[in-house]
Design a binder for this molecule. Structure first.
Ligand code: ATP
Ligand code: MG
Length: 289
């Protein structure tokens, strides 16, 4: 969160209390957001994903709320990226990958025959772990998705590029140098450029797979602040290995464990302070993973 108004008046001296916080959270700010009633935007029902014979996700059922940040955490290899890729059908590109069960976006089965995966990926955009701008100008990176859509004329395009760069909190740093290569930006700026590229076609959901793990703490903190702003307009689903980050920025947390099982999904405060499953407590406190 960009600001923390957490009331510390109820802090106690008790450090031995079993129910004391496992990870420092700043969820009191988020909780205001989670009090507003919300719609489910992405839902999985008995979703299983396999690569050949090997199962990566096992019978996952989850309802992800609109205009919230949902964090996906869990040890390496537990299927976090697989789950993210199943939401906008990026797994289609992996020939050995098969999907069972249901994945719905606003009620529509995204695996139905009539769904165009390319259009789906504009509505459900994504940002990867390593910043990956195209070897093009800053302008062309952001305009890319809009040009493919064939929608925008030049005037609209200029406006849309500026809007996306402002939305990604990058405009002030690149105004006047839009024709320079996206690859000449710093790592943190490149990642915000990738966020601008993802939001330019006006998606509804943004998937982020460890978007700050390749960045220094200052750049990572800027992305965290940005996520906090993005969520007023978009639904953000973020995979992170950084437990403090999940606690800081998310409203909901889903914990996957080895075998691709979703073992807990709840308000972030509950998951970090009072998880229902003892394996989640062990994972969060670093006993494994
Ligand atoms: N393209 C692929 N082909 C075959 N198996 C794969 C492929 N991608 C992932 N897997 C397997 O599926 C399982 C889940 O992988 P996935 O990448 O989803 O895990 P993850 O939770 O994102 O891990 P990490 O935290 O290391 O990124 C692993 O056993 C992995 O080896
Ligand atoms: Mg992964």
């Amino acid at each position: 969160m960009s600001s923390n108004t957490t009331d510390t008046s109820n802090e106690t001296e008790s450090t031995t209390d079993e129910s004391s916080t496992l990870i420092e959270t700043e969820v009191s700010v988020d909780s205001q957001r989670s009090q507003t009633p919300t719609e489910t935007v992405v839902s999985a029902t008995n979703l299983s994903v396999s690569y050949g014979e090997q199962r990566a996700l096992s019978d996952v059922s989850i309802e992800i709320p609109e205009n919230k940040v949902t964090a996906i955490i869990g040890p390496s290899g537990c299927g976090k990226s697989t789950f993210l890729r199943s939401i906008n059908r990026m797994n289609d590109r992996i020939p050995s990958c098969s999907v069972d069960g249901e994945l719905r976006f606003k009620g529509t089965n995204v695996y139905a025959d009539h769904v165009d995966p390319v259009a789906l990926r504009r509505t459900i955009g994504q940002v990867f772990q390593a910043p990956n701008p195209f070897p093009k100008s800053i302008y062309d990176n952001v305009a890319y998705g809009l040009r493919i859509q064939g929608k925008a004329d030049d005037v609209d395009l200029d406006e849309a590029v500026e809007r996306a760069l402002r939305g990604a909190a990058l405009w002030d740093e690149v105004d006047g140098q839009l024709e320079e290569s996206g690859l000449d930006l710093s790592g943190g700026q490149q990642q915000r450029l990738c966020i601008a590229r993802a939001i330019a076609p006006d998606p509804e959901v943004i998937l982020m797979d460890e978007p700050t793990s390749a960045l220094d703490p200052v750049a990572a903190s800027k992305i965290e602040d940005l996520i906090d702003e993005l969520v007023s307009e978009y639904t953000v689903i973020i995979v992170t290995h950084n437990m403090q980050q999940a606690a800081r920025i998310s409203d909901k947390t889903a914990v996957f464990l080895t075998g691709g099982e979703l073992v807990e999904f709840d308000d972030t405060a509950t998951v970090f302070e009072n998880p229902a499953d003892s394996r989640v407590e062990d994972y969060i406190t670093g006993k494994f993973g």
